[in-house]
Design a protein around this ligand. Structure first.
Ligand code: PLP
Length: 403
């Protein structure tokens, strides 16, 4: 597995400057072989699947490593879950020097724990750390540590299909100095909790609302990175949408559609030749490069060539269109009857179908109603991705064992 790391260049840069050479060459790298494990004396009760509330029941243990500019990364430790003790001047509290990832562990039919394309999360996390000027780390070492944590917490992975263990790797800037500047101290931690269906599905499809006055991301900004600073400002618009009776915000940049809530957004359009177009915004820096997004696009391209998505005719061609599209396009496509589905994708939800899109809360675009609560393409994608995640279907080495 090859993961891009900025560590290599860091070492070269350090050894080519004379003054700092002695300090920098002793900086320890994040090293999974140095892991210390301190297990909890008393284990918590694991909630039964029907009692799983997302994010509420944290597992018994967490992984922690700290970075100090004089010594580098500490020995990583898996220890009982609990509070962190932080100086009130810590950089993350004032300047949002923090970032996170969201990934899941699944239990396969063989009882083995597995991760889904975790190298993509690790590579994205390296880029996030770089973007907010936090210390670099070796993504391969972090992945080894996460696999070890998942093994230790395997009793927390619900066995039922559709359930998983949500994993939240995080890095916060802990420089204890209120002066403004990059944080050269950091704490990396990974915590886990069981996850079921994020939005209670069934008959209900999600509703979205555009709020042109609030922009999530902009050209030259940080929208393409999973850094904490991107999220604080989204909660007020989210509350506005909720007050107007919509589930999530459909984020715009001018009249261009970018994402929905903290999920990537797709529409399905019927073409005159009978094929389908699967349309999503391009990765131009204003859209988060989702692992689920990439998986949906790959599966669409592979349908009928080596893989058949559930309940779709193998002869059906799905053309992937990563292109700019606007609210006027959506209205036009709804009017001419070619807009047949819209859905959102992300690790937490996997896939969720959209039933209604309120343009500034004034006119509603209504998507075709679906008995199952999901459009055929959304349902096919959800079925295939879940099957690969749970190890029931093999595809391109996307499911990775935690051994
Ligand atoms: C995390 C996230 C996504 C989804 O990414 P996945 O890797 O599929 O979980 C999409 N949009 C935003 C803004 C996100 O934060």
């Amino acid at each position: 597995m090859a993961i891009q790391s900025s560590l290599g260049t860091e070492t070269i840069a350090a050894s080519s400057t004379n003054e700092t050479i002695d300090v920098q060459k002793d900086l320890a790298m994040l090293d999974a072989s140095k892991l210390r494990i301190n297990l909890a004396d008393r284990l918590k009760p694991v909630p039964t699947p029907e009692n799983v509330v997302f994010g509420k029941h944290m597992s018994d243990h967490m992984l922690v490593a700290t970075y100090d500019p004089s010594s580098g990364w500490s020995e990583p430790e898996i220890k009982p879950y609990g509070p962190l003790l932080l100086d009130p001047t810590s950089s993350c509290f004032h300047y949002s020097t923090s970032l996170f990832e969201g990934m899941k562990a699944y239990s396969g039919p063989d009882g083995e724990s597995r991760l889904f394309r975790p190298e993509l999360n690790m590579a994205r996390m390296v880029r996030s750390a770089e973007r907010v000027a936090l210390p670099p780390f070796d993504p391969n070492e972090l992945l080894k540590l996460i696999k070890r944590l998942v093994q230790i917490e395997s009793r927390w992975i619900p066995q039922e299909s559709g359930y998983s263990l949500y994993i939240r790797p995080t890095i916060i800037g802990t420089r204890p100095y209120i002066g403004m500047g990059a944080s050269d101290y950091a704490t990396l931690f990974v915590v886990c909790c069981p996850a079921g269906l994020y939005f209670r599905r069934g008959a209900k499809m999600l509703s979205l609302m555009t709020l042109g006055a609030h922009v999530r991301a902009w050209p030259g900004g940080t929208g393409g990175h999973k850094i904490s600073a991107n999220y604080a400002a989204t909660f007020l618009p989210q509350q506005v949408a909720a007050e107007r009776g919509y589930d999530q915000v459909l984020w715009l940049l001018g009249d261009r559609i970018t994402e929905a809530g903290a999920m990537n957004f797709f529409v399905v359009r019927k073409r005159s030749d009978g094929d389908l177009d699967l349309i999503t915004a391009p990765l131009d820096g204003t859209v988060l490069p989702g692992v689920t997004r990439d998986s949906v696009l790959s599966l669409a391209g592979a349908h009928g060539h080596g893989i058949t998505l559930p309940n779709l005719p193998p002869s059906l061609k799905i053309h992937v269109q990563e292109c700019t599209f606007t609210t006027s396009d959506l209205s036009q496509w709804a009017e001419d009857g070619t807009l047949i589905e819209a859905f959102s994708a992300g690790t937490a939800v996997v896939i969720v179908s959209i039933g209604r899109i309120g343009l500034e809360g004034e006119t509603d675009i209504i998507l075709p109603k679906q008995e199952s609560g999901m459009g055929p393409v959304a349902e096919a994608m959800c079925g295939m991705i879940t099957a690969i995640q749970e190890g029931r279907e093999q595809w391109s080495g996307w499911s990775v064992l935690c051994d």
